[in-house]
Design a protein around this ligand. Structure first.
Ligand code: RIB
Length: 300
């Protein structure tokens, strides 16, 4: 069984600010740091650091050297990353003193995947292989359709959410990893219970993992419902916490850990991620997650 993550690769420009800039306001930032990121790359790194071998596919621009270097350092397979003219994707991120962020994306190379590239990549994968997707690249609908035809298992983190995603044949998705905001947008419901109920009705073949920030996580499975509380930590930067969760949860399941243990490990990994600045840089390694869990650093 192989794992393919077809996703974005970004440079993140992270500005520390006293508050999120308001409409019409000019705000001086306190500090700028540049990191590698992108929901796709972050999730590949989280999978790799959790001990899963992953192929990353996607597009990097003329300036993409550092993005590929980071993949190689992490032992992520780069066979399916192509270079194209123009700039790589990037994100402008504001982070406040409480660790909250808001993100402005420029798609760049991430929006230049072609059908030809997708078909070439999928040729190397087949029944039972995993396809992990987010929504920062173009042709997500085509990827879902083609991977489903090949009987691959599709795992979707529909982030950032946009209305047209709902027309992408989502009943073909095996597992959704969704935060509360995305859950509200996808279901039209407001409370976690209702969101889960509505999504389970709409996608009865799928498993829904709904992350709730400080309130933990709920899984609405085909058979079971599991809830796990969050770990109580002091956040300095929440960027990539969701990506860390996705990578560690998927890794846990693929490594044969039960759903509950996988959720708990993913919560621990994302708790560690929010205690560190940056996106990819903040994703913990397996020994750190083990230590955190051994020390019982949390509310479970
Ligand atoms: O989820 C965090 C990521 O979102 C950042 O790394 C940024 O690149 C955006 O894609």
């Amino acid at each position: 069984m192989k794992v393919l993550n077809f996703g974005s690769l970004n440079y993140d420009y992270t500005y520390r600010v006293s508050h999120m800039v308001r409409p019409g306001e000019t705000l001086a930032s306190e500090n700028l740091q540049t990191h590698c990121g992108g929901k796709g790359l972050n999730q590949s790194i989280a999978l790799a650091r959790a001990g899963v071998s992953v192929f990353h596919a996607g597009m990097a621009g003329e300036d993409g050297g550092r993005l590929l270097e980071v993949c190689r350092q992490e032992r992520i397979r780069t066979d399916f990353i192509r270079n194209c003219e123009g700039k790589s994707g990037h994100a402008v991120i504001q982070v406040t003193p409480s660790g909250e962020n808001c993100i402005l994306l420029y798609g760049g190379a991430n929006r230049k995947n072609s059908l030809e590239h997708i078909e070439n990549v999928l040729r190397s994968f087949g029944e039972g292989d995993i396809l992990l997707l987010q929504n920062e690249i173009n042709l997500v609908d085509e990827l879902i359709e083609r991977a489903f035809r090949k009987k691959m298992k599709i795992v979707l983190n529909p982030s950032p959410f946009e209305e047209k995603l709902l027309d992408y044949g989502l009943e073909r998705v095996d597992t959704f990893l969704i935060n509360e905001t995305e859950g509200r947008q996808m279901s039209g419901e407001k409370t976690p219970e209702k969101i889960l109920e509505r999504l389970r009705q709409t996608y009865p073949q799928s498993e829904i993992v709904l992350t709730l920030g400080e309130k933990g996580v709920c899984l609405g499975g085909r058979k079971e419902t599991v809830s796990v509380p969050a770990f109580c930590v002091k956040a300095v930067d929440t960027t990539a916490a969701g990506d860390t969760f996705t990578g560690y949860y998927l890794a846990g399941v693929l490594q044969g850990r039960g759903k509950k243990e996988s959720l708990r490990r993913a919560c621990a990994a994302s708790a560690l991620a929010v205690m560190k600045k940056g996106a990819a840089d903040s994703i913990p390694r397996t020994p750190d997650v083990d230590l955190f869990l051994d020390k019982g650093c949390g509310g479970v």
